[in-house]
Write a protein of this length. Sequence first.
Lengths: 373, 373
Amino acid sequence: MKIIIKQSVLMEHLNHVIRGISSKNLIPALNGIKFEILEEGIYLYSTDNDIAIQSFIEKENIINIEETGNFVINGRYIYDIVRKLPNELIEIEEVLSSKINISTTNSSFTLNCVDVKEFPNLEIEESKTPIKLSNEMFNEIIHQTSFATSNQESRPVLTGINFKFNKNNLEVIATDSYRLSKKIVKLEEKVKEDINVIIPVKNLVEITRLFSTEKEILEMHVFTNKIIFKMNNLIVLSRLINGNYPDVSKLIPEDFTNIVEVNLEEFYNSIDRAALLTNEADKNTIRFETKNNNAIVSSTIPEIGYVEEIIQIKKEKDEDIKIAFSSKYMIDALKAFENEQIKIYFNGEVKPIILKENDKDDLIQLILPIRTY
Amino acid sequence: MKIIIKQSVLMEHLNHVIRGISSKNLIPALNGIKFEILEEGIYLYSTDNDIAIQSFIEKENIINIEETGNFVINGRYIYDIVRKLPNELIEIEEVLSSKINISTTNSSFTLNCVDVKEFPNLEIEESKTPIKLSNEMFNEIIHQTSFATSNQESRPVLTGINFKFNKNNLEVIATDSYRLSKKIVKLEEKVKEDINVIIPVKNLVEITRLFSTEKEILEMHVFTNKIIFKMNNLIVLSRLINGNYPDVSKLIPEDFTNIVEVNLEEFYNSIDRAALLTNEADKNTIRFETKNNNAIVSSTIPEIGYVEEIIQIKKEKDEDIKIAFSSKYMIDALKAFENEQIKIYFNGEVKPIILKENDKDDLIQLILPIRTY
């Protein structure tokens, strides 16, 4: 095994696979990056058994593949070493058995390898009918829903995001049972059969980081117990979460007793300031009360003090509303929107609060109120 | 008590005093900022009993001082509130007894005050003969010496930096007994009598952050058990550390058996890379060996691998040297230099290693070697 490659090229691909390594792993192979050197190029692999990453360096981007072969090397060390080497040519060569030498003009590192046989078989494969989506849209979906997932391992399905494909319709739902985010996306091509999967949120967020750069088409290949995301030379495999995702369709009402339109920035800033006088122990409770064309946002920590914020609103129905909710949940939900104005829909003080950019349903944020009045 | 002030002006001064508050403090007054509103302006104070900060807002920068008075308010809350308010006029007014209202057009915060009597008397005073130094030089001194102090509370004097003033000479020393930094500065004006004080490094680093902006003259007012730093409207008081600083004058030899000149960047990079294969348990040991016009920097973690780096050197004496030292200490020491070339002075493998930019003694870094050969 012997190759010569530019430091910058190798670094670009190590930047991908390093994200598949969990530093806490006790199994040496799972702290390793596998190099598979073939005539057509070099495949780099990493996995923590929850996510797996494959990054392919094409032959054209490699100075020389003198000899093919495989090896597995501690990921954190090879990453830090290559990162600190100057942007010169790097020679990587197998020396003795199970040792790899990494050298430039003035530096020579010799590292012990991990047994290739210990590295898991990743079963990266492609389906014939991948679903296609722009990576921009994918990142938007995750940004607008991921915060609403649960981090309680007691209900595993809620630690994932539910993706439901039906014809050219994609419905994405995340909920921790106190709030819910729902995003609807139109696909360019219809899917052949309905798909309903739950993907761990941790992996989805990692994928948005990996695929964040250029505007490209992202392919999703869905299998029974895994999903594969592919963009150019980069492939990420995520396991799926087993179980049935709760049916939330009846949670979102059709009719409302109060509809209020607010300026997003003004409303966000008032909640953000009022949130200073809330605390976790009190569920970050904030009060919201409309009075004619104004709304009053207020909160208190009795030992510290209290705050009142006034904002202008437009009411679509004449009745006033008095309700309380978590400032944290409201701030998370508001961050998902970009419109200048948003609409808030109420059904009294104990029913879910719905937020939308307009009367369409492409993005819905739902928050359960807190009963205090 | 009632004032009207621009958000941006108040924020600038809160940015100063917030640094004097320790979030871990259990005494409410030490989590507070004291506002002293006088005809001539507003003094803001904070302290954690180790450092104290006073920031003065001149009358000219205040829209209106309607009524004078004093109050103490939780520092973290007032800081976050003012930071999140829009850049408008803020009205601060005493309401009821021991409550303060902070308001803008749409926001109104009412905060409980801390009893003014509980706020410590800071004893901020000025001497008639302050020592003057540019804040740039002060920051350079701290940057070049602070890392060499000890964080072991068992020898309190070593957790400080020793400042010795003698005529127009300032000698600054920091050591943790394994390494030492020494900086000599010429003062514009002679001091009247010798001064020898030990200042806590934590406070000195905090002061460099507070005084880092414009190029200004920094005044130092030295008292028996405290030192006061003054720059424009900002005053910082630090307690002094009691005790005798060790006499280190004999530690730095006059003659050397080997003198080696290296390119700073090249040497730094080779140590930085070789340090990847060192660990704390092994004192981050790195080996350095000269051979004619080259030096070899090497290290190993047996389970992981080993590294060899070659750099070019100029030798002032013909004998070769083989020595080991902590890569961490060497990296810290090298960061203090800016010259393209530096000189390293040796007296065999067990005597201190000295680093200087040239043959002058204005900046000396000393590192004890590690005996391994």
